[in-house]
Design a binder for this molecule. Sequence first.
Ligand code: NAI
Length: 411
Amino acid sequence: MLLNLLIKFNEDENKKMVDIKNVLVLGAGLMGSGIAQVSLMAGYNVKLVDVKDEFVDNGYSKIEEGLRKLESKKALGEGVTANAILAKCKKSIDLATAVKDADFVIEAVIEKMDVKQKVCKTVMDNGSSHVIFASNTSTMSITEIGKNSGAPERVCGMHFFNPVPLMRCIEVIKGAATSDQTFNTAMEVAGKFPCLRGDRYIAPVLKDRPGFIVNRMNSPVIIYLHWAFDEAEKRGIPWERLDADAGGKMPMPPCVLTDFTGIDTNFHIMNYYKETLSPDFEPGKVITDLYKKGDLGQKTGRGFYDWSKGRDAIMVKIKNAEPAGIFDLNTLFAIMLNEGCRILDEGIASGFKVIDEANMAGMNAPGPFGAGKKNYAEWSKILEDLANKTGKKYLKPIELMKSGEFSKMRK
Ligand code: NAI
């Protein structure tokens, strides 16, 4: 009886949430300024921290600009002014002091493991005994970041999508040592951040695996695209004909999208997954050549396309081109379904509904499970053929997809 009471007491203690009032956003760059803006709009007291005054000031100016624009559109709510919201934002370049009264820290510093580990330890060494450290990393292991912090149970992931005020999805990630209380508190905090384009969707990521949910599911599509680029080059087919294969059904067809994201980013993403998921993520020849030449896409004016005459000129060329018959959208969905099944299989998401919703909220694109429930058998055949044709074993359908058993794993 006494033991039962004790267990019950401990469970209740674990569920008890700390009342979060003070949020510290670390890193005032692109993501940090967006995160600070939505934290302020959620009603939190915010401290914006970076390494130099000018970086903090730049971030603060972006927040101010965002809030003033919303105020002019009367989108801040009845009687709420940008000035009143900004009054709750403080600036600092001294993390060790600024963190003393913080309840919740969201880290958006540069994507380097040693920097993230260092700031995490500074937070745990100088912060209160309840402070939570949430990392906005897109590629790094949450477990690694918190490992030597002294309080790994209070470290979790909180992965936003760019631009933060507009993209609905936030993934909250449980590291190997993250406590339930930390995870639940982070889920609750994430749910409070407003979104300017519809309701937020908070995706619980139950295991700390590369790419979390949304990026992971989309990652092997790039293996297919690299193969398609190389195939088109081998056959001397121009890029606009390959892009015409998308039949106008993608907001940006493959070559345009890759140029837009940046050839270097694409190259680095593939290398990251090559290290963490499978050697089959080896970047293809076309992308490697463009990367080495420094033709990095839209930002350098040249990649697959010459961007000097603007995107519209490229889109007209694609519209008038004869499709190459190399790339097809069903295959793309089949690859996503297979990876979605891996996410279920590895216990990263509790059910496919989470995966589809996260993809819609994070990518503005439907996930594969809706159509996959009807098409999994046909799509499995497509993937068997594709794996043979490309020599990429990673693209082979896994048992959970082939059997259709995933359809029972809804929630
Ligand atoms: P950014 O380069 O715009 O900003 C990074 C900021 O961190 C800079 O202002 C820099 O001065 C600051 N910083 C560096 N070391 C620091 C330290 N020790 N203490 C405090 N501040 C420090 O980078 P961005 O794009 O905002 O990315 C930040 C994080 O968000 C990265 O981990 C990135 O992977 C992640 N992320 C980025 C997305 C994107 O689309 N850019 C999307 C999702 C996540």
